[in-house]
Ligand binder design. Structure first.
Ligand code: PEP
Ligand code: MG
Length: 319
């Protein structure tokens, strides 16, 4: 039986046989929020808050932050928004996000004090942000879930959850974007409520290839077998810990990869709002069983190109 065009192009994400996969937007500003909220995305899977403060020399106050978060949350009403705490450092330098010590020049900033590692060394910055988020959530009524970037250990996840709970934020998650976190996902996710794989950084750290270097694009391809293996390992860990796992890296917006991720057991996909329609269509054309076959076929291949081809061979002609 053919589904109607409407059933494939709007509404919540579902495979052809009705298995739900939440389709969420990645945003960085209140402007992005307006655009994404006008579509039928089910919420936000990644709000990159550091984007708001690029170029700021001084740390924003709690009041300033509350206002800008309120502006970004309000358009979503009762749709949940996953807010990532400041992911400063490496490719997203923020002047004011320092450790408080005289900042040593890092020769490898991607391997340096970035993301949650910075929060651990400058907890006041994190406390201010969590406080502002709790206030903005209260003002808008929008369900806020906070998520930490660059988590590598269970101790880091536990510490972050404590900080969030202290500010009254009940739903806490971590990004899985360091291979150590993918390998130990069961334990790490056990310390929080949910996880989300950042495939951009996971690919960078798995393949030891700087994500900002164009000539390394082939190594950074999320279809690389080693990166797929770690994704699968993270999905298995999430299942064992009984925690939902999403993907919020660029790969979530690739319709074929979206099917593979669904086959691996991922329950939400967050992407640029403009990609949601394509991904909804791709999921709606394939059963969960086919998605699982695609995932197995991709994982059996020994190169990124062959993995993609293997998944494509199982895809509906329309993809
Ligand atoms: C990622 O690393 O995949 C991710 C979603 O975060 P960012 O691209 O902001 O590092
Ligand atoms: Mg990242």
């Amino acid at each position: 039986a053919r589904m109607t065009a409407a059933s494939r192009h709007t509404g919540p994400g579902r495979t052809k046989d009705g298995h739900p996969v939440a389709l969420l937007a990645n945003i960085g500003t209140p402007q992005d929020a307006q655009i994404a909220a006008a579509t039928d995305v089910e919420g936000v899977g990644l709000f990159r808050t550091e984007v708001l403060f690029l170029g700021h020399h001084a740390a924003p106050t709690v009041e300033e932050q509350t206002e800008i978060y309120r502006e970004a949350l309000a358009p979503f009403g009762d749709r949940p928004v996953v807010v990532r705490t400041l992911d400063a450092g490496a490719d997203k330098p923020l002047d004011f996000a320092t450790t408080g010590e005289t900042a040593p020049e890092e020769s490898n900033p991607a391997l340096g004090v970035r993301g949650l590692r910075l929060s651990l060394r400058n907890p006041d910055l994190l406390t201010d942000q969590l406080r502002a988020l709790a206030r903005a959530a209260e003002l808008t009524g929008t369900p806020v879930r906070v998520m930490a970037p660059m988590v590598s250990t269970t101790a880091e996840a536990t510490w972050f959850a404590e900080q969030a709970h202290e500010q009254g934020l009940a739903s806490v998650g971590v990004m899985i974007e360091v291979p150590a976190a993918a390998l130990r996902a069961e334990n790490i996710l056990g310390a929080v409520d949910f996880g989300s794989v950042g495939t951009n950084d996971l690919a960078q750290y798995t393949m030891a290839a700087d994500r900002t270097l164009g000539p390394l694009a082939e190594l950074l391809d999320p279809w690389q077998p080693a990166t797929l293996d770690l994704l699968a390992r993270a999905a298995d860990g999430a299942r064992a810990a009984d925690r939902p796992l999403g993907v919020c890296g660029e790969s979530a917006g690739d319709p074929l990869m979206a099917c593979v991720l669904t086959g691996l057991g991922v329950s939400s996909l967050s992407m640029t709002a403009g990609r949601v329609g394509l991904v909804r269509f791709a999921l709606g054309t394939h059963t969960l069983a086919t998605c699982r076959e695609m995932a197995s076929a991709a994982r059996a291949a020994d190169s990124a190109l062959l993995a993609r081809e293997a998944a494509l061979r199982l895809a509906d002609d329309t993809l």
